[in-house]
Design a protein around this ligand. Structure first.
Ligand code: FES
Length: 107
C-alpha cells in the first residue's frame, strides 16, 4: 500500500497509508490531515485542496493540466511551479513515498 507524507507549513509531518485509485485529497481527508479543505469534494471547482509537490517528486507527479492550472489561480496561497490540486493526483504504486507540502492557508 502506498504511503503519502503531508508536511504542514509549520513543518509537522504525517505519513499515512493511501489506497490506489484514490486521490491525494481523498487520502488526506480520510486521515484527518489539517490543511486540506476540499470544499468542492474533488470537482476541481474550489482550489482548497492546493498542495506543493516536493521537488524530487515533481517530475513523477507531473504538472497541472490547463484546466487545473486555471483553477489554481484561485488558490488562497502562493502558487509555485510544483503546485497541484491534490484532488487531481491519483495514488498509484509508483507514488509510494510521495511528499506533499501543505500551503499556509486554503481560504
Ligand atoms: S477539492 Fe476542490 S478543487 Fe480539489
Amino acid at each position: 500500500m502506498p504511503r503519502l507524507t503531508f508536511i504542514a507549513s509549520q513543518g509537522t509531518s504525517r505519513t499515512v497509508d493511501a489506497r490506489i485509485g484514490d486521490s491525494a485529497m481523498q487520502t488526506a481527508l480520510a486521515h484527518g490531515i489539517d490543511g486540506i479543505t476540499a470544499e468542492c469534494g474533488g470537482a476541481m471547482a474550489c482550489a482548497t485542496c492546493h498542495v506543493h509537490v516536493a521537488d524530487k517528486w515533481a517530475d513523477r507527479v507531473g504538472p497541472a493540466e490547463d484546466t487545473e492550472a486555471d483553477m489554481l489561480e484561485f488558490a488562497a496561497s502562493t502558487v509555485t511551479p510544483t503546485s497541484r490540486l491534490s484532488c487531481q493526483i491519483t495514488v498509484t504504486e509508483e507514488l509510494d513515498g510521495l511528499v506533499l507540502h501543505l500551503p499556509d492557508t486554503q481560504i
